[in-house]
Each structure stands twice: as structure tokens, then as C-alpha cells.
Design a protein around this ligand. Structure first.
Ligand SMILES: *Cc1c(COP(=O)(O)O)cnc(C)c1O
Length: 364
């Protein structure tokens, strides 16, 4: 719904496409599942699909129903179910509509095989647990599964794993070695790399990479910015100043009065709060831009409003444009910086964008 309240999320499909191309340049020999789970990390599943429709090698998501909706809309690329099937209806849909499913445990494998015998090829990504200890077969259960699958020629198998620390100092070495050890003499396709591994660990590119966060223009790394990586922000959250207050030394701001002015100040109230998806834990000092000029938030974020320092932006009055994150009027306010200040990651900010925020689709 279009609203007069000035908050907007601007989504840039061209940024998503550029970021996808960057992922492909990093892993030129691999195909890529564009990860569009969680409503494309808050950017809108259909917007992301539209942006990547011509170029993505495949799409990865969670819900079988969403994959079927994509098929219905004429998307012919491989569609990967990242958590696999949840019941026999999903299993039948996978077979009938040519979806690719993760199979991560013996129970799930049984669900799938119970829908056989198969009359056409069925694509399966068998997930191996190489140390993340979330989903995946262990060395033992994998041996049994592989034996079962060997007897079903219709099953086209890819072996897959997921890294816990591709973005961190420990890296992927341990999990990569474990994966190699589990593969044994496997010569078929493999899939390992999330955004961090695509950007930092070429040895793990394999046959299919799985870029997620990088498509949306945020960095998977704490110490390397999206701009340094050449990524374009795909979501900009912007609003306006709706009230201006003048503080005397000692005046406090907002719920709990957690910020106290140590000098006379001018502050602006922004129409954006945690019910819009802005993180409530963003403390005083979180970056924000007003009329293209960087400044800081003050005090606690409330449900519908937050406060920023206008002391150095005298021209900013009611109606002045505010960038909460994304592409500003003069430079970016990286979602990664806002997230970091709030003790979280851009993934969470994007996914938390509230349904009440009107979305506009535009260019970067
Ligand atoms: C979400 C997800 C990805 C994408 O991870 P990013 O860090 O966003 O690139 C890749 N693989 C799997 C299995 C996932 O669940």
C-alpha cells in the first residue's frame, strides 16, 4: 500500500543482477543457485526472480509451494529446496515438477524413495555434515544412503555441504578436508560455496555455488565492506524528518532517557522505528544520513520513530530526506555498518523489513 507516511524501501533489481554477475565472475566455471529464500532476504522473491530470470542458472529456496509457484510462472531453471522435503506431498511434487531437493537425513531419503519407482530423472543434492552439525549425513549414514541411491539410476546426484566459518579466521580448511574424505572416489557434481566461500575460497567453488547475501549487496565479512567487494546495495531504507527539537544541555531523549545532551543540540525525529524493521538495539551513534550527510542516531529506537543528531546539518528541517541504510543522496550508509552497530548482521536487517513499509522498485 502506498502511504503518506514517508518511509520507503527502494529495491534495485539491477543491483541484484550486477551482484549475481559478480558472483559468477568469481566462480566462472561453476553454475550458481541464486538463493532467494526468506522472500529474497526481504527484497521480494518475485523481484529477485524477475531480476535474475534471464541469467540465473538456478534458484534456491525453502518452501516447495514457492518452488511450484515459480514453475507455474514459467521459471524453467533448476529450483533447489534447501531444507529438502517435509512430507510425501513435497516428495511427489519434486518428482512431478522436476524440482531439485536437498536430502539431509535418512528419514528424508525414505520419504523420497517411497514415492518411487521413478519414471523420470530426479535431482537430489545429498547434504553431508562436515562440521556445521546442523543438517547432513555423517560418514556412516552417507555410506548407507549412497548404496541405496546407487540402485536407482533415475536419481541424479550432487553432493553438497555448507560451511560454518567461510567468513571467519578459521575458514573452510577443516570442513573442506572432511568433505573430500567423505567424497572418496566420487566424480560427480559437488556444491559447497555460500557468498563468503565464493569470494574468498576458490578451491571450494565446485560445480554449483550458492550466493545469497552478496546478491543483495551486503558483505559476508566483518572486516571487508560491500563496496570493497564491488557489491551494489539492493535495498535502501529511507524516510523523512517529521519533527525537530532543540535540546539544552542536560536534556534527555526518548524512552528511558538513555541519551543526555552535553551541549545545546538540534535533533530530528525520523518516521522509522522497530515496527518498520529498524533494529531496536541500534545504540546512540548508529550511522544514518540526512540530506546526504552522515550523522548519528540518539537514544532508543521506538516503535515508529527514531531520533538523529542535526546539530551539524542546519539546513535539515521537517521533510528532510533520511537514509537509514543503502544508497544515500551522497554516498552509501552500508546496511552492514548499521547492523554492526546494532550487534547483528545485514542479513537480519533485510529479512526484518516490515510488511508495513511500502516498497518502490527502481534503479541503484
Ligand atoms: C542461505 C544459504 C546459502 C546462502 O548463504 P549466504 O551467506 O547468504 O551467501 C547457501 N547455502 C545454504 C545451504 C543456505 O542455506
Amino acid at each position: 500500500m502506498k502511504t503518506s507516511r514517508p518511509i520507503r524501501a527502494r529495491i534495485a533489481p539491477d543491483a541484484i543482477l550486477k551482484n549475481y554477475r559478480l558472483a559468477k565472475r568469481h566462480a566462472p566455471a561453476a553454475k550458481a543457485w541464486a538463493v532467494i529464500k526468506a522472500n529474497a532476504y526481504g527484497h521480494g522473491q518475485w523481484r529477485a526472480v524477475q531480476a535474475l530470470r534471464e541469467e540465473a542458472d538456478g534458484f534456491a529456496l525453502l518452501e516447495c509451494e514457492n518452488a511450484l509457484a515459480l514453475r507455474e510462472a514459467g521459471i524453467t531453471q533448476p529450483l533447489l529446496l534447501l531444507e529438502g522435503i517435509f512430507n510425501s506431498r513435497d516428495a511427489r511434487a519434486v518428482v512431478e515438477h522436476g524440482l531439485t531437493t536437498v536430502i539431509h537425513c535418512p528419514e528424508q531419503l525414505a520419504l523420497l524413495l517411497d514415492t518411487g519407482p521413478f519414471e523420470r530423472p530426479v535431482s537430489v543434492c545429498l547434504k553431508l555434515n562436515t562440521g556445521m552439525n546442523r543438517l547432513g549425513f555423517t560418514a556412516q549414514t552417507f555410506a548407507i544412503a549412497r548404496e541405496k541411491l546407487r540402485q536407482i539410476p533415475q536419481i541424479a546426484l550432487t553432493l553438497m555441504t555448507h560451511f560454518a566459518e567461510a567468513d571467519g579466521a578459521r575458514g573452510i580448511a577443516g570442513q573442506f578436508d572432511q568433505f573430500q574424505a567423505m567424497l572418496g572416489d566420487w566424480k560427480g557434481p559437488v556444491s559447497l560455496a555460500n557468498s563468503a566461500a565464493i569470494l574468498r575460497h576458490p578451491m571450494a567453488h565446485g560445480d554449483w555455488v550458492r550466493p545469497g547475501i552478496m546478491l543483495y549487496g551486503a558483505s559476508p565479512f566483518a572486516e571487508q565492506s560491500a563496496a570493497e567487494l564491488g557489491l551494489q546495495p539492493a535495498m535502501t531504507l529511507e524516510s523523512k524528518i517529521i519533527s525537530v527539537q532543540t535540546l539544552a544541555t542536560g536534556d534527555r531523549v526518548g524512552y528511558g532517557g538513555t541519551f543526555t545532551a552535553d551541549r545545546p543540540m538540534r535533533i530530528g525525529v525520523v518516521a522509522c522505528g522497530y515496527a518498520d524493521g529498524y533494529p531496536r538495539h541500534a545504540p546512540t551513534g548508529t550511522p544514518i544520513a540526512v540530506m546526504g550527510q552522515r550523522t548519528r542516531t540518539l537514544g532508543r529506537v521506538s516503535m515508529d520513530m527514531l531520533v538523529c543528531d542535526l546539530s551539524d546539518i542546519p539546513a535539515a528541517g521537517i521533510g528532510a530526506p533520511v537514509t537509514l541504510w543503502g544508497r544515500g543522496l551522497a554516498g552509501d550508509v552500508p546496511a552492514d555498518e548499521v547492523a554492526n552497530a546494532a550487534g547483528t548482521i545485514a542479513y537480519e536487517l533485510f529479512c526484518a523489513l516490515a510488511p508495513r513499509v511500502p516498497v518502490e522498485v527502481g534503479e541503484i
